[in-house]
Write a protein that binds this ligand. Structure first.
Ligand code: TRP
Ligand code: SF4
Length: 340
């Protein structure tokens, strides 16, 4: 029987902190499912993290390990997928250099993801000129280099990344029409769960927002965080009826207590449920849910040499592919000067 070649996917994270349940429902869970169907590459995107943290490279360096641990903990199997450290693949920087000639500065400034991020920087630092570097503005080009270097057909990402995939497609089309059909145009694969709200009711759970439940949080931390979650503020006494739809505890029950959801909601509405016990029930469920994830994390935490090996070998394997892509790109551009 002829073996059907699996399609390839590339996805990744910026190593800037530990991953939280928002990452889990937004992407990790989806990756775990996809690893059986696709040839999977997971990029630890340290170069991209540096575009925002250049004065703090230690933070990025430390989080390479944490991000990898979180992915392994979530259930990504190193036998099935390949982990790659971005800065250890020089071909990605080479391709970025070539592609930067295919994208105008104004197109980058119009990229909705970049536009939002520049807006946030403005709020933080006052003026755009002082905070937006050339490297930061260009990170969509570097992401296009990542995706095309691996010849990824599909890119599983959250919704906020769609403009980056669109930018990649444009670069591919431009390159291919200028030179030769050598680059593969990728498709985004959006996971069903979109964005998970934060403990404070913020629309986004964010590493920097202080409103997250981390995959590696211990029992005590989880209980404390749930105790502090925003509930229906109209409910004062234990037996007041309330609206679970405007309560963050009610919201997380939807994710972690599916089997008992109807009871939770109807008891809350009828005033038959106290917030204290409701929060306890939720915390119990989250702890139970995260247990296998944390057990896997512990396994790898106790074996740092294994994690290192996974990253080194994965990166080595990756370079066989990325070197070949650069070769094809140079041939297409006829700048392969000294090739035999
Ligand atoms: N931009 C992604 C993030 O912020 C990380 C990333 C870098 C990535 N290169 C990629 C994702 C290539 C998918 C494909 O998390
Ligand atoms: Fe929220 Fe539960 Fe209190 Fe209802 S009973 S308001 S769902 S914490």
């Amino acid at each position: 029987m002829k073996e059907i070649k699996k399609q390839r996917i590339l996805t990744g994270d910026r190593p800037t902190g530990k991953l939280h349940i928002g990452h889990y429902f937004g992407s990790l869970q989806n990756r775990v499912k996809l690893q059986d169907e696709y040839e999977t590459f997971i990029l630890v995107a340290d170069l991209q993290a540096l575009t925002d943290n250049f004065s703090n490279p230690e933070k990025v360096a430390q989080n390479i390990y944490e991000t990898t641990l979180d992915n392994l903990a979530a259930g990504l199997n190193p036998e099935k997928c390949t982990f790659v450290v971005q800065s250890m693949v020089p071909e990605l920087a080479e391709l970025t250099m070539f592609y930067s000639n295919l994208v105008t500065v104004s197109r980058l400034q119009r990229n909705p993801t970049i536009k939002t991020e520049i807006g946030q920087k403005k709020e933080l630092f006052g003026s755009e000129g002082e905070s937006v570097t050339y490297g930061f503005l260009g990170y969509p080009i570097s992401q296009a280099a990542d995706i095309t270097a691996f010849e990824a057909e599909a890119v599983p990402v959250g919704e906020d990344q769609l403009p980056l995939i669109e930018q990649t497609k444009e670069i591919v089309r431009k390159f291919n029409s200028l030179f030769k059909e050598v680059l593969i145009e990728p498709e985004a694969v959006i996971s069903e769960h979109k964005r998970i709200k934060g403990l404070d009711g913020n629309a986004k759970m964010g590493k920097s927002l202080g409103n997250s439940i981390y995959l590696s949080d211990n029992e005590e931390t989880i209980r404390l965080k749930i105790k502090g979650a925003i509930t229906d503020t109209n409910k004062i006494h234990k037996n007041d009826p309330a609206n679970p739809e405007i309560c963050m505890v009610g919201y997380y029950h939807k994710l972690f207590n599916k089997d008992n959801l109807e009871t939770v909601y109807s008891e809350c509405r009828k005033g038959e449920r106290g917030c204290v016990s409701c929060k306890k029930e939720l915390a119990d469920n989250i702890i139970l849910y995260l247990k296998p994830i944390q057990e896997r994390r512990k396994y790898y935490e106790e074996r740092p040499e294994l994690v290192k090996k996974i990253l080194i070998e994965g990166t080595k394997k990756a370079r066989l592919i990325t070197k070949n892509t650069v070769k094809k790109v140079k041939e297409a551009m006829k700048i392969n000067y000294f090739d035999e």
